[in-house]
Design a binder for this molecule. Structure first.
Ligand code: THU
Length: 147
């Protein structure tokens, strides 16, 4: 986990939180529930679920919901960890769009993935591994610290 201003949370606990919130997903089309938890360097935790739409492409992923929730509160502390849990026993990994969004707010974030029926069979990685050669703020010479 990237550097935090407070003691880091337990990853197993983050995955449990993501699994718990996952049941609130609005998924009448796919039936695939996803819960995500985002942790910031100041120790705050933001939860999200996937929210689908009859116009399929308007679906919002759980990770996006959590990251938008963080911004909405005014929190500008860097994202240091993301936990994602989907249905079943196979880890739910972030889609490409979510990887880009995670990178925007947490280029040093660790990413932890699991399936709700097998939280111990988790995948622990980081956003740089999931999104090699990422295009980010630095490529545009913008420092987004605190923005
Ligand atoms: N989904 C997420 O919420 N996060 C991801 O990173 C992968 C996919 C959701 C979108 C859709 O509601 C369902 O999973 C099936 O694709």
């Amino acid at each position: 986990m990237a550097h935090m201003d407070v003691p880091p949370p337990d990853v197993a606990e983050l995955l449990r939180l993501a699994a718990d919130v996952r049941v609130n997903a609005y998924v009448p089309y796919s039936g695939f529930h996803v819960g995500a938890v985002v942790v910031t360097a100041d120790g705050q935790v933001f939860e999200g679920v996937n929210v689908e739409n009859a116009s399929y492409r308007l679906t919002t992923c759980a990770e996006q919901t959590a990251l938008v929730g963080r911004a909405t509160t005014g929190n500008r502390s860097p994202v240091v960890a993301v936990a994602v849990v989907g249905d079943g026993d196979t880890p739910a990994t972030p889609c490409g769009a979510c990887r880009q969004t995670i990178y925007e707010f947490g280029p040093d974030a660790t990413v932890h993935c699991a399936g709700a029926e097998a939280l111990d069979a988790r995948l622990d990685t980081d956003i740089r591994g999931l999104l090699p050669e990422a295009f980010g703020p630095d490529r545009l010479d913008v420092d987004v610290t605190g923005r």
